[in-house]
Design a protein around this ligand. Sequence first.
Ligand code: URA
Length: 244
Amino acid sequence: MSKLPMARLDRLLANLGYGSRREVHALVRKGAVIFDGAAVSDGGLKVPVVADLPSRMTIEGAPVDPPAPLTLLMHKPLGVVCSHREPGRSVYELLPRRWRARTPGLSTIGRLDLDTTGLLLITDDGPLLHRVISPRSHVAKRYVASLARPLRGDEGELFAAGTLMLESETEPLAPAVLEPLSPTKARLTITEGRYHQVRRMFAAVGNHVEALHRDQIGGLTLPDALGPGEWRILTLEEQAAIFA
Ligand code: URA
């Protein structure tokens, strides 16, 4: 039988952003930490670090935040950046404030531009992040691009050839799949994640992307029920779907 990962309560709650270990001890002293129905009296209590901890522990009456590893699925809205450092409102500001103090920290799996909407994954699981973005995993990313000019007709062939060279790059792009949806709208599936890749691909064929939306990563599709700015925890089945 495999042993459950255990952690000291004070360390776990400090890593979840509830404050310093001293502040966590203060929460314990005032009876604010309930575990399996009873107030915790010892900040050094060993507790299991398991995904269902929020159903067993409350802090000041609210379920404890989910422990690591945690992966979120977000419908990124327009006008937010995918960076902790860049100026402007970031996707992390759409999450509970306390989560900014989590250790390990949350990062986006790849980035979407300020003006791109759609499916974004955010995780504190380093191995998962690397597996999704590694070129060796060949995880496809699907976008819908709205274009300033009508498609010429030869873009699909050019993108599929695996020879298209973007400006100031030395390696041609891997083959990509274009599906025209209307004269000025197309679905594009790519397996790489180069800087502004989709916008630069259309620029390379004399067009301009006016709006860009990602609706799929691997076999995981953005759920219709999730509106712009909304997010939820990714299930294990959804995580597996990325690589299906
Ligand atoms: N390609 C782009 O040009 N922008 C994105 O946000 C994602 C892919």
